[in-house]
Design a protein around this ligand. Structure first.
Ligand code: DAH
Length: 345
């Protein structure tokens, strides 16, 4: 009887080790454990039926059963560890990240070309001592026209095709000049040197050369003894800082209701250097701004006594200037939002 049991224990161990070898994954391993080491397993039964064995056989049988159980337990431990290691290795292999792949480029936003351009001009003006002054895009007829010496009946109103709102007397500003009134009313009677940037609106036929909205930058200097020489010197200096020291400039007489005398400033054509080309319509010159000495009526409307104070003003269109500098063929590109255009700046 005892010899039989020894025999059975030995073949049980062999069978269990073979089964363990075949167990591939965690669930097979746990099934194996309950079969070969669990309460109902053969080795446990040997222990529980030890009492039925002959007294002299018991120590040997106990030893043999213990040895079988220890062997199986050790084999199970090492097999489980190997299985866990393999599972981890498989997982690492299948979820592997290739850190050597180049990253996906982040598409960075940037300032609109027109904003860049306005800032560039303002930076040059800041060097000349001009402070930025903001004024509203929605304006009153009074500020946009009346106080700038353009009464309701005056034919000069035809120079600006205006978007009126449903509120009587309220409109979208047609130029930045009404900012002159805001600045003067704020600072009078102190001296002023301000740059007024911002969007303007005109109800006109849209074409390659004109848009219904565009930026302007207005300049205003008011104080004692400001003369046309100051206007000319400052604007020439501005043109040289903006377009290069050797660029020639010229002033042509013009008319604006809010300045007297009035002028327009041209710079030598960047494209042909003054020889004449299609950009400058063969004149060799490009018009970049309107300017003049602030009209006495406008000074008075702003709170300055024209007998004591004088001033000059100018107004330029940054998009116009940019078109000229970069030979952009259509002003509508600025607000079309075509990424192929925007990305070039
Ligand atoms: N406001 C004028 C326009 O939009 C431009 C202008 C001309 C502004 C002469 C000025 C100036 O300040 O002195 O057509």
């Amino acid at each position: 009887m005892a010899e039989d049991l020894f025999q059975q224990l030995a073949s049980y161990e062999t069978e269990a080790l073979a089964a363990l070898d075949a167990a591939q994954d965690e669930s097979a391993l746990s099934r194996w454990k309950s079969t070969y080491l669990g309460k109902a397993s053969f080795v446990q039964q040997v222990f529980s039926r030890m009492g039925q064995a002959a007294k002299e056989d018991r120590p040997r049988l106990g030893q043999a059963a213990n040895k079988a159980r220890t062997t199986l337990e050790a084999a199970f431990e090492s097999r489980s560890a190997a299985a866990a290691e393999k599972a981890l290795a498989d997982k690492l292999a299948s979820e592997r990240i290739d850190v050597t792949l180049p990253g996906r480029p982040v598409r960075k936003g940037r300032l609109h070309p027109s904003t860049q351009n306005v800032r560039e001009i303002l930076a040059v003006l800041a060097e000349l001592g001009f402070e930025i002054f903001r004024s509203p895009e929605v304006e009153t007829d009074i500020n946009n026209f009346e106080l700038l010496n353009i009464p309701a009946y005056h034919p000069a109103r035809d120079m600006w095709d205006t978007f009126y709102t449903t509120d009587p007397g309220v409109l979208l500003r047609t130029h930045t000049s009404p900012g002159q009134i805001h600045a003067m009313k704020k600072f009078a009677p102190e001296p002023i040197r301000v740059a007024l940037p911002g969007m303007c609106f005109r109800y006109e036929q849209v074409s390659a050369r004109s848009e219904i909205q565009f930026n302007q930058i207005e300049l205003l200097a008011v104080g004692r003894n400001i003369s046309f020489a100051d206007l000319k010197g400052t604007l020439e200096d501005f043109a040289h800082r903006m377009f290069g020291n050797n660029v020639r400039t010229r002033f042509r007489p013009s008319y604006f209701p809010f300045t007297e005398p009035s002028a327009e400033m041209d710079v030598e054509c960047f494209l042909c250097g003054g020889k004449g080309c299609s950009m400058c319509k063969n004149s060799g010159w490009l018009e970049i701004l309107g300017c003049g000495m602030v009209h006495p009526t406008v000074l008075r409307n702003g709170g300055y006594d024209p007998a004591i104070y004088s001033g000059y003003a100018a107004g330029m269109g940054p998009e116009r200037i940019m078109i000229l500098r970069h030979a952009i063929d259509d002003i509508r590109n600025f607000w079309n939002n075509d990424i192929r255009f925007l990305e070039q700046f």
